[in-house]
Design a protein around this ligand. Structure first.
Ligand SMILES: O=C(O)C(=O)C[C@H](O)[C@H](O)COP(=O)(O)O
Length: 204
């Protein structure tokens, strides 16, 4: 099993995190891990993201990756900060080749058959389906799985606790991503842990 597949099979949900203050990172990670969601995607959308990755890595059991990686410089920054896997919203040849050359587990976003074909040409078979709901939802991904049954997916974008189970019922869907677990502002760790517990019970 490849490392990215192992990561995708660790828990049914990968929380997509937008961390505004690195001082919040550790408490959020502890609550998510305690609730049964150890795979964490910290988006590089905020100035605090790289510090947040480093802080979250101190939490025992956490597997911390970087999201919103859109180019090679941000890939290098994320790896430098200790990211253990990389998620991107889309796939370019430049970014794909660089991630493959680094040997880091990589989950690039795809939204079409052409995107998947570009990934396959780079030797990639595991993809984020993004934006999952807006791009046709489950019927669209099921249609893509037809010709690309060798691929595995993590749909992300518009998925919530009450819709995740429908996606997870498809064997080629190893996990889903979503930002619903953590609200904005000062983290309410008890609420985060209970949301994580509900999400981690979706499958396993
Ligand atoms: O930032 C990135 O790299 C993205 O590709 C986008 C995120 O994965 C989605 O925005 C999460 O979707 P929601 O769960 O609907 O909030």
């Amino acid at each position: 099993m490849t490392l990215i597949e192992k990561i995708m099979r660790t828990a049914p949900v990968i929380p997509v995190l937008v961390i505004e203050d690195a001082a919040h990172a550790r408490g959020i990670a502890e609550a998510l891990v305690a609730g049964g969601l150890p795979v964490l995607e910290v988006t590089l959308r905020t100035a605090a993201a790289l510090d947040a990755i480093a802080e979250m890595k101190k939490v025992p059991g956490a597997i911390v990756g970087a999201g919103t990686i859109v180019d090679v410089p941000s890939l290098e920054c994320a790896i430098g900060a200790g990211a253990e896997f990389i998620v991107s919203p889309g796939l370019t040849d430049n970014l794909g080749k660089a991630a493959v050359a680094k040997g880091i587990p990589f989950l690039p976003g795809v939204a079409s058959a052409g995107d998947i074909m570009r990934g396959l040409e780079l030797g990639l078979t595991h993809f984020k389906f993004f934006p999952a709901e807006a791009n046709g939802g489950l019927p669209a991904l099921k249609s893509l799985i037809g010709p690309f049954g060798q691929c595995k997916f993590c749909p992300t974008g518009g998925i919530k606790q009450d819709t995740a189970a429908d996606w997870l019922a498809v064997p080629e869907i190893l996990c889903v991503g979503g930002s619903w677990l953590v609200g904005k502002g000062v983290p309410e760790v008890a609420a985060i842990e209970s949301a994580a517990r509900a999400a981690s019970a979706l499958r396993n």
